[in-house]
Design a protein. Structure first.
Length: 318
């Protein structure tokens, strides 16, 4: 099928074609019942059950296509959105809108130097050689450092720039961490999650440029707002279901206020009367990460039959 000619009447949704964010994105699509079959080596897939086409792109390029309005919706890292926005000409505002934090792909874009080297402070890197895949954010970061301005002052233009030695920033597409050992850089600006790559390369972080997670982004120029809203609601439901469990328990009315203090729920707990007049059944959403503690505390306050159930999907506006 000539896929390209089937795109005009569809909402276009960009997802990373490879790398760290891809599997979690595919899981989100599956949880949202967005059904597709991607042919080998094809970067376009038509969704079978909705008028949507998925476009598989490098995470770094997704904000550009979304910003241009060629693609309606996308998933990428906040770092890539920030890099895209930093590339925009002075005073041009971004057409990329961040809709929702997706809760995966957590990492930090950090300034790193050789652990055993002389440089301990970022100011000592002014005028030196820096290697990065994020040249616009790095240019911005060092421009502020060179002029001695804070980010706020820089945006407001409240202080005049102090001419300084210019830091030299070079682009490399990957394996940034090798640059110092190869003598190409005095420092690098690269992503860190566990810190394993950084430590293996004998580097340490001396500052953070941006903190990042995966985000759902949309184009401010979209003409497919209804489908954007539908997909957003579905993804929000999946994220929420992943984050919460449904906790139910029985408790006597005399212990109810203490129990609902422990489990206030997202809005409020659902309380149902039991045949036994002094007792109620409570049903409430609890964040997975707090579940064990919440169950311990409920037990201490004489709640019984405490059950936690996985939520497959959910929908709410709050
Ligand atoms: N170690 C990491 N842990 C968590 N998230 C990461 C990590 N590295 C990168 N990311 C996130 O994933 C995004 C894509 O990075 P990734 O390295 O997977 O890119 P890629 O598209 O495979 O490109 P490349 O070929 O340059 O590696 C980053 O912009 C960042 O938001
Ligand atoms: O702190 P860590 O958990 O070690 O992760 C950080 C590494 O992950 C990313 O690279 P990736 O492995 O995706 O490959 P790349 O170097 O080709 O970009 C990033 O650029 C770091 O090198």
């Amino acid at each position: 099928m000539d896929l390209v000619n089937h795109l005009s009447d569809r909402m276009l949704f960009a997802v990373p074609k490879k790398g760290r964010l891809q599997q979690a994105c595919l899981d989100l699509l599956s949880g949202s019942d967005i059904q597709f079959k991607r042919e080998n080596r094809l970067d376009i897939a038509l969704v079978k059950n909705l008028p949507i086409a998925l476009i598989f792109l490098p995470a770094a390029d997704i904000p550009t296509f979304v910003g241009e309005g060629k693609v309606d919706l996308g998933i990428t890292g906040i770092d890539q959105v920030a890099e895209h926005d930093a590339q925009l000409p002075y005073l041009e505002s971004s057409n990329v809108e961040q809709i929702m934090d997706l809760g995966f792909g957590n990492c930090k874009l950090q300034v790193q130097v050789p652990e055993k080297g002389q440089i301990k402070d970022v100011k000592e890197l002014i005028g030196k050689n820096i290697v990065t895949s994020f040249t616009a954010l790095t240019e911005d970061y060092f421009a502020r450092l060179e002029s001695g301005r804070s980010r706020k002052e820089s945006i407001n233009g409240t202080t005049s720039p102090i001419p300084q030695l210019k830091t030299k920033i070079k682009f490399v597409g990957g394996s940034v961490e090798a640059a110092c050992a190869l003598g190409v850089a005095d420092g690098i600006v690269d992503l860190v999650e566990s810190g394993e790559t950084m430590r293996a390369a004998g580097l340490c972080a001396i500052d953070t440029v941006v903190e990042s997670t995966a985000v759902l982004i949309k184009s401010k120029k979209t003409t497919n707002q209804k489908l954007v809203d539908l997909v957003t609601a579905r993804i929000r439901g999946v994220i929420q279901a992943q984050r919460y469990v449904l906790c139910t328990y029985n408790v006597s009315r005399s212990n109810l206020s203490e129990a609902t203090r422990i489990t206030p729920g997202k809005r409020a707990p659902t309380i149902m009367s039991l045949e036994e007049s002094d007792w109620v059944a409570v049903s409430v959403m609890v964040e997975k990460k707090n579940l064990a503690t919440v169950m311990d505390e409920l037990s201490e306050h004489h709640a019984t039959d405490i059950l936690a159930t996985e939520i497959v999907n959910s929908r709410s506006t709050g």
